[in-house]
Design a protein around this ligand. Structure first.
Ligand SMILES: *[C@@H]1O[C@H](CO)[C@@H](O)[C@H](O)[C@H]1NC(C)=O
Ligand SMILES: *[C@@H]1O[C@H](CO)[C@@H](O)[C@H](O)[C@H]1NC(C)=O
Length: 312
């Protein structure tokens, strides 16, 4: 079973949710629910797996650019693709709450962390233990997201300073960028690189020319903003280390991807992850575990949301 790229929304939401505030005193633990809701991991896993099976679109046909507006992506249901990723969390939450012992005892933040792990594993990636015990926040603002999400045009210094601010190293940052092995983006995030790079170059010279020309075909100048482009053009539905091999060939979709292979300070790590999949996987697990501790609420902070989409 291959992962639908739609599910990467779960992973992105997880990263988004976690880079929120910086307060933490009580530590997360792996066995947090062992007395409260002992089966929580299996319940979430089977809800996520079931959602995988039910969701049509496993062949990524949804992603194909459509010359005549009759492709799968033109179906009105697909205008907002974020729906499926979020629905995975809603389904998992409902499954957890249908168990009387677990009802209203497991936070949405923890369900999201578990669902992220399950999506990675169902896409062919490694499995890892998830630290639990997060409480749900009561505040969500667009401004905090904009301040804390890496921009696709970032250079290495900008990437490092954003991750370092959250206690993550350059190696963590590179490993987490490897999550671009699945998922998609929209043309406007990189169109400058293929049409209007600089006064002297129309195309970003760090971009593989053949890949740039393919991207121009998928993203014509007057592009439908709904068109989705795989971030890993080679194995878009598999969580593997292909992303780093792509970078070695100038096939990083964003400036912030490609810079990892062109800057001398990060290049060696890219080469290591490209040549050694288990080195990538173990660095990714370390990094996502560290990221999962950032800004969490624990103990009696925050709340356990009844409905993940709104504050109680
Ligand atoms: C998924 O996780 C299980 C352990 O829970 C592991 O045995 C399996 O190898 C993982 N899948 C992949 C592709 O690594
Ligand atoms: C690949 O990385 C793993 C984990 O870091 C390490 O144990 C292994 O020796 C490396 N393999 C090679 C061929 O370098």
């Amino acid at each position: 079973m291959k992962a639908s790229p739609r599910f990467i929304v779960v992973l992105s939401s997880f990263l988004l949710l976690l880079i929120s505030t910086r307060t933490s005193s009580v530590q997360l633990t792996r066995g947090f629910y062992s007395n409260i809701c002992p089966n929580v991991e299996q319940i979430v896993r089977s809800a996520v797996a079931q959602k995988f099976q039910q969701t049509f679109g496993c062949d990524a046909s949804i992603l194909l650019a459509s010359p005549n507006n009759k492709a799968e992506k033109d179906h009105p249901d697909d205008i907002s693709l974020a729906g499926d990723g979020f629905d995975t969390v809603v389904k998992a939450k409902a499954a957890v709450d249908s168990n009387p012992q677990c009802q209203n005892k497991v936070s949405c933040a923890d369900i999201l962390a578990l669902a992220t792990r399950d999506v990675i594993n169902l896409s062919g990636g490694p499995s890892y233990e998830v630290e639990l015990g997060r409480r749900d926040g009561t505040l969500s603002t667009i401004a905090s997201v904009q301040r804390r999400l890496p921009h696709p045009e970032f250079d290495l210094d900008q990437l490092n300073s954003m991750f370092n601010f959250n206690g993550l190293s350059q190696t963590d940052m590179i490993a987490l960028s490897g999550a671009h092995t699945i998922g998609f983006s929209h043309c406007n995030r990189f169109s400058k690189r293929i049409y209007n790079f600089s006064p002297t170059n129309k195309i970003d010279p760090t971009l593989n020319l053949q890949y740039a020309l393919q991207l121009r075909q998928s993203c014509p100048l007057r592009v439908d903003p709904r068109i989705a482009i795989n971030m890993d053009p080679t194995t878009p539905q598999t969580f593997d280390n292909q992303y780093f091999k792509n970078l070695q060939q100038g096939m990083g979709l964003f400036t912030s991807d490609q810079v990892l292979a062109t800057d001398a300070r990060s290049k060696n790590t890219v080469n290591l992850f490209a040549s050694n999949k288990s080195a990538f996987e173990s660095a990714f697990i370390d990094a996502i575990t560290k990221m999962g501790r950032i800004g969490v609420k624990t103990g009696n902070q925050g709340q356990i949301r009844v409905d993940c989409s709104k504050v109680n």
